[in-house]
Each structure stands twice: as C-alpha cells, then as structure tokens.
Write a protein that binds this ligand. Structure first.
Ligand SMILES: Cc1ncc(C[n+]2csc(CCOP(=O)(O)OP(=O)(O)O)c2C)c(N)n1
Ligand SMILES: [Mg+2]
Length: 357
C-alpha cells in the first residue's frame, strides 16, 4: 500500500519532533480499522484547524488581519485525511484557502497567525499574508492566489519527484471553480504522458466565489475530467475523514507505484463566505445549517468515537481545551510580535530587475 513507512509522521512547531499518525494503510474505512489513537489524532487535527480559523475570523473582525482571508471551516476532513495517508517528504500545494493545509502539514500555528497579522515572525516575514505562505521544511509549496495556478506548479513538483526518483508524491489541491482553467488540462496531459506521481485533489465545496458549481461547470462529475487523458478518478465523501483517508491510500499507492496521476473529487462544503468580505447571499442560511447539522466532519467523527467508546465526552472536551489554549497562545504570540522593519521592503524581491529598470 501507499505507506512504505509504517506510519506517517510530522514535525510540529519547528522542533522536528515526530508525531505519530498511525492509521493503517489498509484502504478501508470500516469500523475497527483504526485505533483510538488514530481517531483521536484525526479529531485533534480537524479541531486545531477549525479553532485556528475561528480565531483568524475574529482577528480579522478586529482589524488585526489585512487583505484577504479565505477560511477553510467545514472542509477540514479533506486535508487531514489526505495527510494521514501521506508519508514524510510527500509535497502539498494549494490555493489561497490554505491555512488548514499548513496546519495539516505540520506548520506552526504561531507562524501562521503571525503571517496573517503581518508580523516579522510569520512564515513569509509578515510580507505575504494569508495567501502566500510556504514551508520548504514541511514540504508545503503555498498558498496561490491565481485560480488554478497551483496545478501546473504541483505537476512540476511531481516531475521533480520522478526525476530525482525520491519515491514521493505531490498532492495538488484545486477548487471546483479551478477545474475550468485551461492550465489544468495542460497539466493533466503532461502528468498522464510522463506518469507523474501527482494526486489532483478537487475540493468541490459547491461554490466558486458566489457561483454554484452547477452554474459554472458543464458535464458530469468533476473527477471525470481526467478520463480523456486516461487519469483514473473517483468521488469521495470529503466530510468523512476516514473515507478521505481510504481514498488517499489508494490514490497514493497508485501514484507512488509509478502508475501516474490520480484524481480525487472531494464532496465538501465551506461554512463561511468565499472570503471575509463575502456576505454569502447566493445561498440560504438553511442550506448551510443543514450541512452543519448533518455532515459536519468533526461532529461526525466525535459521534463515532463516542459510539465505539474509544474516548469519553470529557476526553474530547479536554482535547478541545488544549487546542483552544494552543491557538490562544499562537494568537498572543502573533499580536506580541513586531511588524517587519521597513528595510524588509528591499529583501526577497528581484533586485536585479529593479536595478535594470
Ligand atoms: C485566474 C483567476 N481568475 C479569477 C480569480 C478570482 N477568484 C478568486 S477565488 C475564485 C473562485 C474559485 O473557486 P474554487 O476554485 O471553487 O475555490 P474555493 O474558493 O471554493 O476554495 C475566483 C474566481 C482569480 N483569483 N484568479
Ligand atoms: Mg469552490
């Protein structure tokens, strides 16, 4: 199966300390396939993303975050399930809705919130903001504001994996709105032709800004868009972390084994507006409420953990308490950090171009 190493691990808080993920790579999401430790880890990861983003939303409202801020709330199971199946060294690239991916890749919440608030301790020294964060150390390649731009970039990263023969796979995430970009199909063609180790993860959250996928995308399911290139794909319940993990195991094994790209279409949903400035008038409150009540990925897993008696309500409350404390600490760290020095305006830019102009 996909997991050539027994368990995936990820460094946290830049300490390089490995943390066990530990889910078995058996490709099945049936009850009993996962230990209590696995499920509690998935629960904690999804909660960490949600609490961090809730905090980011509050900080935005307080005027502490400038520019754009696109929240991932509701979609947490997608990236947590994917990363649970990945091994250390696999790479990730995504769009501007990227905070969840950073956390799931093991990036430090302090550095993420510091970047969101434009502080020098942020991942891009406070100069990039929400949409422009990277971590070579954690194999996270951004954070891209141009719709679809990350798809050829991810394909290029996959080319590098293959060229180097390092056995790794790139997971390139894109939205339902991005699947209509021409560059996506140029990428599919190259990836299929050269059997590149790339998984295209389409996060179909039903909307591209204020346009529903039904109004924007012709044809059938989005994963079928790879069929013309011979790229296999499937639809996955993106609100169920175990279904995502099972699909990711299969797709990663395919790509890692040299069979080329794979497409996973995640049926998911975003609870918040497109960005913080979106009042989301294109859908009803009832629609959002229904998904929250019936399909919430965190509640879903919580119910399962309780039903299988893998932990008590109190255990889960304790996890939430710890996560909230960690996020609070990260927010304080960000707010206490200084802004970049004005001299930073002249660093990390193409100075030669400036001089030549
Ligand atoms: C090339 C390009 N066209 C238009 C935009 C404006 N824009 C930003 S996000 C977005 C919608 C993309 O929707 P989707 O791919 O479904 O991702 P989601 O926001 O749902 O995660 C658009 C049209 C852009 N950033 N880049
Ligand atoms: Mg979308």
């Amino acid at each position: 199966m996909a997991r050539s190493k027994a368990t995936a691990s990820k460094g946290r808080k830049g300490t390089g300390a490995a943390q066990k993920v530990g889910a078995k790579g058996n490709g099945k999401a049936k009850a009993g396939s996962y230990s209590a430790e696995d499920l509690l880890f998935f629960y904690k990861e999804m909660l960490e993303i949600r609490r961090l983003e809730e905090r980011a939303g509050q900080m935005y409202g307080m005027g502490l975050i400038g520019g754009f801020c696109h929240l991932y709330i509701g979609q947490e199971a997608v990236v947590v399930g994917m990363q649970a199946a990945a091994i250390e060294g696999d790479t990730v690239v995504t769009s501007y809705r990227d905070h969840g991916h950073m956390i799931a890749c093991g990036m430090d919440p302090k550095g993420v919130l510091a970047e969101l608030t434009g502080r020098r301790t942020g991942y891009s020294k406070g100069k990039g903001g929400s949409m422009h964060m990277f971590s070579k150390e954690r194999n996270f390649y951004g954070g891209h504001g141009i719709v679809g731009a990350q798809v050829p970039i991810g394909t290029g990263i996959a080319f590098a994996h293959r060229y180097r023969g390092d056995g790794h796979v790139c997971m390139a995430y894109l939205g339902d709105g991005a699947v209509n970009q021409g560059q996506v199909y140029e990428s599919f063609n190259m990836a299929a032709l050269w059997h590149l180790p790339v998984i295209y993860v389409i996060e179909n959250n039903k909307y591209g800004m204020g346009t529903s996928v039904q109004r924007a995308a012709a044809g059938g399911d989005l994963f079928e868009r790879g069929h013309a290139y011979g790229i296999p794909g499937e639809m996955v319940d993106g609100m169920d972390v175990l279904a995502v993990k099972a699909a990711a195991d299969k797709a990663l094994a395919h790509a890692r084994g040299g069979a080329g790209p794979y497409i996973l279409e995640m049926a998911t949903y975003r609870y918040r507006g497109h960005s913080m400035s979106d009042p989301a008038k294109y859908r009803s409150r009832e629609e959002v409420q229904k998904v929250r009540e019936e399909r919430d990925p965190i509640e879903h897993l919580k119910e399962r953990i309780l039903a299988e008696k893998l932990a008590s309500e109190d255990d889960l409350k304790e996890i939430d308490k710890k996560v909230r404390a960690q996020v609070k600490e990260a927010a304080e760290f960000a707010q206490d950090s200084p802004e970049p020095d004005p001299s930073e305006l002249y660093t990390d830019v193409l100075k030669e171009d400036v001089a030549a102009a």
